[in-house]
Design a protein around this ligand. Structure first.
Ligand code: E4P
Length: 218
């Protein structure tokens, strides 16, 4: 399973990259605003800065909601850097834009996906990635992980190449459950990735190994 980090914070992206397990980055307009990145020029520059830190795909989201606007924006984003993946919302014009970009060989990430039907449409339109938001479904008492499982079944039934990118991952158990189901990618906060490291028996064991070494070597 690929690990993407879901942030526009350059320090966190660097930290995840240095751990050596990072495969890409996802951003959205809210995450960019959280970092105070505003204005077209700054936004475009920030995407390039992210691409210079990581080696993998970097999702940059369009803010237009009509087909022509999404195509114009998406082409501009894709021209910024070869790692850019154009993130397009799951709306009618978005599906048309996914097909357009797919025909042109531009990578896409279909965002704001909350149902198996939406995921099926995204795959039919040739999306590179589909982003089901599992945390936001959990927030409204709906099983987000079940959506990942349903999409996995549908894509496997027909051999769709669209990669399932579990999004809105909030914690470490989401990561593990997505891996068990067979999600191709997960995108989450640095804390969800670093949480995988932790086990009290590792800490206790290491402390004992080091103490025993010290006894025999001092
Ligand atoms: C996906 O690409 C989105 O950026 C993201 O995962 C949304 O997560 P949230 O529900 O924690 O805002």
């Amino acid at each position: 399973m690929k690990f993407f980090i879901d942030t526009a914070n350059l320090d966190q992206i660097r930290e995840a990259q240095q751990l050596g397990v990072l495969d890409g980055v996802t951003t959205n307009p809210s995450l960019m605003a959280k970092e105070g990145i505003t204005g077209k020029e700054n936004i475009l520059k920030h995407y390039v800065d992210i691409c210079s830190i990581v080696e993998g795909d970097v999702s940059a989201e369009v803010v237009s909601t009509d087909f022509e606007g999404m195509v114009k924006e998406g082409e501009e984003l894709a021209a910024l850097h070869e790692q850019i993946v154009v993130k397009v919302p799951m709306i009618k014009d978005g599906v048309k834009a996914l097909k357009y970009f797919s025909d042109k060989g531009i990578k896409t990430n279909c965002t704001l996906v909350f149902s198996p039907g939406q995921a099926l449409l995204a795959a039919k339109a040739g999306a590179t990635y589909v982003s089901p938001f599992i945390g936001r479904l959990d927030d409204i008492s709906t099983d987000g992980l079940n959506l990942i499982a349903e999409i996995r079944t549908i894509y496997d039934n027909y051999g769709f190449e669209t990669q399932i990118l579990a999004a809105s991952v909030r914690h470490t158990m989401h990561v593990i459950d997505c891996a068990k189901i067979g999600s191709d990618v997960m995108t989450g906060p640095l804390s969800a990735i670093e949480g995988l490291l932790k086990h009290p028996l590792t800490d206790i064991g290491l402390e004992k190994f080091l103490a025993d070494y010290k006894k025999g070597n001092s």
